[in-house]
Design a protein around this ligand. Structure first.
Ligand code: PLP
Length: 285
């Protein structure tokens, strides 16, 4: 596999980052994951815009402009022959000469830019989309700036492990009695014609897929309600689903052992997945 590090395309075993890199020492880095369908990037502009926002919120320098990032994404997809899969991008505050809590001077410390691809044939035609996911609920113990897409992923990773140990596929996190989001996706319930999802704030990541799916839902004459919901309300809903760049729209069929609706993927979730895949393929770059 060919990867990209700070301006160079290299075989993965030749790619190197300093042990003093602040992402390695302090999780001082941000990332984006963009999916690839038919060899093209899905919603690249959305991911580039969110990256810019994450960098700004952390007072971090951009490694290059958006056009260059697009070029690097495309070149890696080409070099690795990706038809379906993902492009992972990470920007860190760089590697000053020593470990220090104080941010290094951006004039002298270059940000680190790393990209690699993941080949995932069958990503769009996933069997999980047909069976739906079983999820558990866990307490949300993450920090308070979940709107910034940092590489600080230990708690979500622990959450996935809790789900796995419980025999489930994923976890929804709950704070003050309400669902925030999934470990790596945004969470939704459906009641009648209404798609309900938590409103944007610092409590959740502003999903790029979320923005697109809510737009498609409105265009398909579904109602959208951005508000909090509890696990109890979700268990009693007609349908549930999650969205993310790598899972698109994924039905949820069970929450803490309770079947949602008929315990099979709901028709609105399935429809939104179809629309999302169709429209995203058309707009891919
Ligand atoms: N919420 C969290 C915590 C995530 O990690 C992700 C994606 O990885 C999402 C939501 C979904 O965001 P997007 O649709 O931009 O992939």
């Amino acid at each position: 596999r060919t990867v990209y590090v700070n301006g160079e395309y290299l075989p993965e075993h030749e790619a190197k980052v300093s042990i003093f890199d602040r992402a390695f020492l302090m999780a001082d880095g941000v990332y984006e994951v963009t999916s690839v369908l038919d060899g093209k990037l899905i919603d690249f502009a959305g991911h580039a815009a969110r990256l810019e926002r994450s960098l700004k919120e952390l007072d971090m320098r951009a490694p290059c402009d958006t056009d260059t990032l697009l070029e690097v994404h495309r070149e890696l997809v080409r070099l690795n022959g990706i038809e379906e899969g993902l492009v992972y991008l990470q920007v860190t505050r760089g590697a000053p000469g020593d470990r220090d809590f104080v941010f290094p001077d951006p004039e002298t410390t270059e940000p680190t830019l790393v990209l690699f691809t993941q080949n995932k044939p069958g990503l769009a035609d996933s069997p999980a989309a047909k069976t739906g996911m079983r999820i558990i609920s866990i307490e949300d113990q993450r920090w308070g700036r979940r709107d910034i897409k940092t590489v600080q992923l230990l708690y979500p990773s622990m959450g996935k492990m809790m789900a796995k140990k419980a025999g489930a596929d994923d976890a929804w996190m709950v704070e003050d009695g309400f669902v925030t989001e999934g470990t790596s996706n945004n969470a939704y319930i459906v009641k009648g014609n209404k798609i309900i999802t938590r409103a944007l704030s610092n409590d959740i990541l502003h999903g790029i897929t979320r923005a697109a799916v809510l737009r498609f839902a409105r265009e398909a004459q579904m109602e959208v309600e951005e508000r909090n919901f509890s696990i109890e309300e979700a268990q009693a809903a007609d349908e549930a689903f999650v969205t993310s760049a790598s899972a698109f729209v994924m039905p949820v069929v069970e929450i803490d052992g309770v079947a949602v609706g008929a315990g099979t993927p709901g028709h609105r979730a399935v429809r939104l997945r179809e629309i999302y895949l169709d429209e995203s393929r058309k707009a891919a770059v």
